[in-house]
Design a protein around this ligand. Structure first.
Ligand code: PFF
Length: 368
């Protein structure tokens, strides 16, 4: 085991960083629209089963593998077995994290862009009169390479800046600073949602099951989302676990991470659906729910300027704290296995992600 590896300063820091990884676009952008399209509470129920029966045990195992070996996913398997097969399983994790960040950073860029648009008051212009015009605005902006790549570059630069500072001064400090802000903003948005007229319709949409929408596909979707939201299967939790001290117990920590992640997804759903229902709109608007439907609805509320800004700031913070954990997987791999300096590893991986994102931009534009 390596002794000079950086470590979290406390178990609480690890929990915050791991929760920061788990709570991301998956909770605020993806969960509400897939729940909306797949039976509301019925989906939530299946998703919770997946989290408890499959997600939690795997989360424990990933963190344990990291903490025991003090290595990145490839190094962890190499340490544990001589069978080369497992090394490739670890390598798949590194590859997956790289691929995920290529699309994640594009959506992270959109979030930053909309935080800026909210701040300068664009949501109060006729372009945001209703979800349909707002959708046109989004598509128009999204067809401009300069806009997409500019904000994408900004997003990746923030991630790079944090990672260059290392585990304690970068990952830990950023999570300790950003996660409380995220929770605070979310509470404001939930409270303002709950006091809207017809807020109860939004809440019962999330908590009253529509079983007619459930089929085999729903189970797969819920399971896939459980993996994605807990940052499982690509070594992020293993890498974060590798910075844990041996004396820190991991079972409680992973319960807490899964609990925070689930509660935040549900609260984001409450914040979003109360607004959607109180404005009489369709909760099944798909991926466009957050970028097409919400901006005009939020800005139409009393105090809407500030709520719209807070919402996109929340989304951006969630994206950044997850983005750093995704890139850290491949950085840890290069530092541990290829003996690269942290600086070189971060810049090289960010450069590769940047190139990968060009093609992702085209794919996302086509499917949105
Ligand atoms: N859990 C993050 C989210 O819900 O947005 C996404 C994610 C982070 C996936 C880290 C994978 C990962 F390694």
């Amino acid at each position: 085991m390596e002794n000079n590896r950086e470590q979290w300063s406390s178990k609480a820091s690890f929990i915050l960083a791991a929760a920061g990884s788990a709570v991301g676009l998956g909770n605020i952008w993806k969960f509400p629209y897939i729940a909306g399209e797949n039976g509301g509470a019925a989906f939530l129920f299946i998703y919770l089963i997946c989290i408890v029966l499959i997600g939690l045990p795997i989360l424990n195992i990933e963190i344990l593998l990291g903490r025991t070996t003090k290595k990145n996913p490839v190094g962890a398997f190499k340490t544990l077995t001589n069978n080369p097969f497992w090394k490739y399983v670890g390598a798949l994790g590194v590859l997956a994290s790289f691929t995920i960040l290529s699309f994640y950073s594009v959506v992270g860029g959109w979030s930053l862009a909309y935080t800026y648009e909210a701040l300068v008051g664009t949501f109060n212009t006729p372009a945001f009169a209703n979800p349909s015009t707002a959708g046109d605005f989004f598509n128009l902006r999204n067809s401009s390479p300069l806009w997409v790549l500019g904000y994408h570059t900004l997003f990746l630069s923030i991630v790079v800046f944090i990672l260059l500072s290392g585990v304690r001064a970068g990952l830990e400090k950023a999570s300790k600073f950003l996660m409380p802000i995220l929770l605070f903003i979310l509470m404001i948005l939930v409270v303002q949602g709950l006091i809207l007229p017809d807020a109860n319709k939004g809440v019962s949409f999330l908590f009253q099951p529509d079983w007619s929408k459930i089929n085999g596909q729903t189970f797969l979707l819920a399971l896939g989302h459980a993996f994605f939201t807990l940052s499982l299967g690509m070594g992020a939790m293993m890498t974060y676990g590798s910075y844990l001290s041996d004396k820190d117990d991991i079972v409680n920590a992973s319960y807490l991470v899964a609990f925070l992640d689930t509660v935040i997804a549900i609260l984001a759903g409450v914040a979003i659906f109360t607004v959607v229902f109180s404005s009489g709109y369709d909760p099944t608007a798909g991926p466009g729910l957050v970028f097409h439907v919400l901006p005009p609805l939020l800005s139409n509320l009393v105090g809407g300027y500030i709520f719209a800004f807070l919402f996109f700031l929340l989304l951006s913070i969630a994206a950044v704290t997850s983005g750093i954990s995704i890139l850290e997987v491949s950085v840890a791999y290069l530092v541990d296995e290829r003996k690269m300096s942290r600086k070189k590893a971060v810049l090289m991986m960010a450069g590769l992600v940047y190139l990968g994102s060009y093609s992702m931009c085209i794919v996302i534009q086509c499917s949105f």
